[in-house]
Ligand binder design. Structure first.
Ligand code: FES
Length: 235
């Protein structure tokens, strides 16, 4: 198996001011923030718009670097406007850990946009890895060398790759395993990590339990113990 570094979780998390620099048609946003707050792929920040009445912050996932911060994966609230002042807390949680030796990387957006996985494309190409992006949604502005495959080819991609990063909603985990079928046990041996999406209103501060995930006989919190888990932990 490739030499996977330990999962990354950067503490202590910080709180700082930031702002929305630009909004994009796909629902993502360019976020201006201090360098120390920029999450790695798979991690998130909690963002609260200073002008908002809502008590709940929004998780912002990394999708790519920008000169003064990062581009967040969609969706951001439709009420946000360019220049909106934000209070940001993070980075939070375990992100993806791309093995240094990975030469065939599969990025699998099982049920949504691949935006949360996009940050891994440039990292993979920098270490001369081939990249296959598996998704059923529209993709734009991808490097030509990235091969696009439909989700029905997921198993082939997993077998081809020496590292896979997967994005799946908590509510679709059963469907994910059903699609692997008899390969479920074999899949536990793949070098793969899974970003599990779930509502994360408190980001581990209040232990609200909304993000709970059952693993075997244990409860785990997606916000704190994930959102990126090893595939074998979920099998
Ligand atoms: S979001 Fe509250 S415990 Fe995870």
């Amino acid at each position: 198996m490739p030499d996977a570094p330990k999962r990354v979780n950067i503490f202590p998390m910080k709180t700082a001011k930031g702002k929305v620099d630009e909004l994009f048609l796909d629902g993502s946003a360019r976020i201006h923030c201090p360098p120390g707050l920029i999450p790695i792929p798979g991690q998130y920040l909690l963002a609260h718009a200073d002008a908002s009445d809502s008590p709940l912050p929004i998780p912002l996932f990394f999708s790519g670097f920008t000169p003064k911060g990062f581009r967040s994966a969609p969706p951001v609230p439709s009420t946000w406007r360019p220049g909106e002042s934000l209070t940001l807390r993070g980075p939070i949680g375990h992100g993806f850990a791309l093995p240094y030796s990975a030469k065939k990387v599969a990025l699998i957006a099982f049920d949504e946009s691949p935006a949360r996985l996009r940050g891994l494309i440039s990292m993979s190409l920098r270490q001369n890895a081939e990249v296959a992006l598996v998704c059923d949604s529209e993709t734009a502005d991808l490097p030509e060398v990235v091969e696009i495959q439909p989700v029905r080819a997921m198993l082939d991609a997993l077998q081809w790759a020496d590292y896979a990063a997967i994005d799946v909603g908590r509510e679709n985990l059963n469907q994910f395993w059903e699609m692997l079928g008899e390969q479920k046990q074999a899949a536990a041996g793949f070098e793969a990590q899974v970003l599990v999406r779930a509502p994360m209103p408190c980001g581990a501060l209040a232990e609200c339990g909304v993000c709970a995930l059952t693993l075997g006989h244990e409860w785990r919190m997606v916000c704190r113990d994930g959102p990126v888990f090893e595939l074998y932990e979920l099998a």
